[in-house]
Write a protein that binds this ligand. Structure first.
Ligand code: SF4
Length: 352
């Protein structure tokens, strides 16, 4: 709930609207883990709220900390009904001048990219906006006490498990909550998509000043269909047309993500093909050298090939960045920690 909704809630409980602002501050800024933490609310109000509402965090089922400061959490969600515990990953990523959080939007992912551990684990359900914001608050809890500016999460990327635009309403609601309630600037929020055209076109209409990051991973439809076999409905041309509409509506420069897979899509010829596709677009390309995952059959590209790929794009006038590798000593790739946890749980209960 945002402040306005919490104010209505307070008024329904016979209190002034101002109480809603206090509750919002406790939840989003002061790290309250329960309604009883909200000590400046009267006891009767806290009791009334507790009858129908819940504040808190998902349980941390596993946690890994890298030597470079990256912290990865596996959060346990308790689903209603069967009570079966589902898990999602979230990551805190410290950079030189800011702290970023990578959030998941779905339990598993329906897209099933051929190289992704999350896709290989299947899809269970969408997360709620609350479950998405909860991930940021968990990372924020561990940052408190760090020297500034790393004591506050200031950037959020929707690049964890799931395809955010296939969980459109919760993603947009979470973006708005992170902006208005947690205080993260729209320009510090990035929503990633693998090229889900209806979602891109709908997001363009919101006119939010967030960054849209579109994962291409291939310079032509044929290769893209091999890497992202469930996304064959829209051609690269249709995806780029939707991206142009997004830029026209928001004025925000586009980011294209390109995961470099050894010997698959990391050749100079493919770099040229990609450059031709993107020429004239107000964009930058973010190259992501692949972080190998188990038995999926893809390898990390050689540094020389990454550099050559980058140089070709730059010579064609395209701005290129390369994602800094973080958490290489932990299960850093999306879905890896969850897979390991699931395997260990199966192992723990297996008769063998
Ligand atoms: S890379 Fe992203 S879109 Fe593709 S399967 Fe993994 S989580 Fe889903």
């Amino acid at each position: 709930m945002n402040t306005a909704e919490l104010s209505v809630l307070a008024q329904q409980a016979g209190e002034s609207a101002y109480r809603g602002q206090q509750i919002a501050r406790w939840i989003y800024r002061r790290g309250a883990r329960s309604i009883s933490d909200m000590t400046d609310l009267s006891k009767p109000l806290r009791a009334r709220l507790e009858e129908q509402h819940q504040v808190g965090r998902s349980r941390v089922a596993a946690q890994q900390r890298s030597r470079d400061g990256t912290v990865k959490f596996l959060l346990a969600l308790t689903d209603e009904g069967g009570g079966m515990v589902q898990t999602v990953e979230t990551v805190g990523l410290p950079y030189a001048h800011y702290l970023s959080c990578c959030v998941s939007t779905q339990v598993g992912c329906p897209v099933r990219c051929a190289f992704c551990a999350t896709g290989a684990s299947g899809y269970t359900r969408n997360l709620t906006a609350g479950e998405i914001v909860d991930q940021l608050l968990t990372v924020q809890d561990t940052a408190t006490g760090n020297p500034p500016p790393l004591d506050r999460v200031s950037h959020v990327v929707f690049m964890g498990m799931g395809e955010p635009l296939m969980n459109y309403d919760a993603t947009v609601q979470a973006v708005r909550l992170l902006n208005t309630e947690v205080g993260i600037g729209m320009r510090h929020l990035t929503v990633s998509t693998v090229g889900y055209v209806p979602g891109i076109r709908r997001l363009a209409q919101e006119r939010m000043q967030i960054t849209l990051a579109v994962s291409l991973h291939a310079p032509n439809d044929q290769l893209r269909q091999q890497l992202i076999p469930t996304m064959t409905r829209w051609s690269l041309d249709e995806i780029l047309d939707a991206c142009k509409a997004y830029f026209k509506s928001t004025g925000r420069r586009l980011t294209f993500e390109y995961c470099l897979l050894a010997g698959v899509n990391d050749g100079v010829r493919q770099a040229r093909e990609l450059g031709h596709r993107l020429r004239g677009l107000n964009c930058h390309v973010n190259l992501i050298p692949y972080n190998p995952v188990g038995k999926l059959g893809f390898g990390a590209p050689a540094i020389l090939r990454v550099n050559a790929f980058r140089e070709v794009l730059e010579q064609m006038g395209i701005v290129v960045t390369q994602r800094a590798q973080k958490g290489s000593d932990i299960d850093a790739a999306c879905g890896q920690l969850r897979r390991r946890d699931a395997a260990e749980r199966v192992g723990a209960t297996s008769p063998s």
